[in-house]
Design a protein around this ligand. Structure first.
Ligand SMILES: COc1cccc(COC(=O)c2cn[nH]c2)c1
Length: 247
C-alpha cells in the first residue's frame, strides 16, 4: 500500500519510522511518502493560510498550495487516483470497519489541516475525480489533523497482511465485524497467577475452553454495558443467546 501525507509539519510523522509501522515500511508492505505543503506556497513567507470569508475567528488554509501539492502527488502515482482522507471533527466517524475498508485500498492520500480547516473548494475540486472522505477520529478538536493521520495509519497499517505476527489478533479485535462485533474487550491476564494478592480468575486457569469463552463474553457484555451502553442497544437481540440475557 502506498500512503501519501501532505502537511506543514512532516516531522509529526517521525513515529511512523518505529515499531510495527516502521517494520512494515522496511519490509515494503507500506510505502509512506511525506510532502511539505509549504513547498507549494510561493510567496516570500510561504503562506498557507488566510482570514475566512464571511468573517469569524481563526484562519483558513488557502486552496492554492493544497491544489498544487495534491496535483504533484497525483502526477507521481498510477492513473487510478488514491482515496483522499481529510481528518476533521466534522467528518464521519473513523471505525474499525472504515479502517478495514481503507486497508483494502492500494493508495491513500491524507491531507491533515491546521487552523480552522481547508478552503472547501479543495474537497470539491478533487471530489469530482476521486473518493474524498472527511473523517473524524473523535468528538474533540485537535490543533491539526496530523495526530489523526497517525491514528488512522496505525489502525489501517496493522490490518495489512504480514504486519501483525498473529493474524488472529486483528480478526478478534473488538469492533471487528463478527460475533464479538460491537462488544468491548473484557479484562486480560498473564503470568504470574498471583500478583500482590490479586489472583487470576480461576476459570482462565481451568483449560475449559467452552467455559472460558462464556466467561469472556460475559465480561465483554458487562464492560460494554458499563462503558458503552449505546453499543449494546445496537446489538441485534438475535445475537444474544439465553445466557447473555442473564448476564
Ligand atoms: C479540516 O478541518 C479541521 C478543523 C479543525 C481541526 C482539524 C484537525 O482535525 C481534528 O481536530 C479532528 C479530527 N478528528 N477529530 C478531531 C481539522
Amino acid at each position: 500500500m502506498r500512503v501519501d501525507v501532505i502537511s506543514i509539519f512532516p516531522e509529526y510523522f517521525a513515529p511512523l519510522d518505529v515499531s510495527l509501522i516502521g517494520k512494515a515500511r522496511e519490509r515494503g508492505i507500506l510505502d509512506v511518502r511525506l510532502h511539505q505543503l509549504r513547498d507549494h506556497a510561493h510567496d516570500v513567507h510561504r503562506t498557507v493560510d488566510d482570514t475566512p470569508y464571511g468573517g469569524g475567528p481563526g484562519m483558513v488554509m488557502k486552496p492554492g498550495p493544497w491544489g498544487e501539492a495534491i496535483d504533484a502527488v497525483l502526477a507521481s502515482g498510477p492513473a487510478e487516483p488514491p482515496r483522499m482522507i481529510v481528518p476533521t471533527p466534522s467528518g464521519v466517524p473513523f471505525t474499525q470497519r472504515l479502517a478495514m475498508e481503507y486497508a483494502a485500498e492500494p493508495w491513500l492520500l491524507f491531507t491533515p489541516a491546521r487552523y480552522e480547516g481547508i478552503d472547501s473548494r479543495v474537497m470539491a475540486e478533487y471530489g469530482a475525480r476521486m473518493r474524498v472522505d472527511e473523517v473524524s477520529v473523535g468528538d474533540y478538536v485537535l490543533a491539526g489533523g496530523e495526530v489523526a493521520v497517525l491514528v488512522m495509519i496505525e489502525a489501517v497499517g496493522r490490518l495489512l497482511p504480514g504486519v501483525l505476527g498473529n493474524v488472529n489478533s486483528a480478526v478478534d479485535d473488538s469492533f471487528a465485524p463478527g460475533a464479538m462485533e460491537n462488544l468491548l474487550e473484557g479484562p486480560v491476564y498473564t503470568k504470574p497467577p498471583e500478583w500482590r494478592g490479586h489472583e487470576v480468575p480461576e476459570i482462565l486457569l481451568s483449560g475449559h475452553h467452552g467455559k472460558i469463552a462464556r466467561w469472556r463474553r460475559d465480561q465483554a457484555l458487562r464492560r460494554t454495558a458499563r462503558n458503552r451502553p449505546e453499543l449494546l442497544a445496537a446489538l441485534d437481540p438475535e445475537s444474544l443467546d439465553k445466557h447473555d440475557r442473564r448476564a
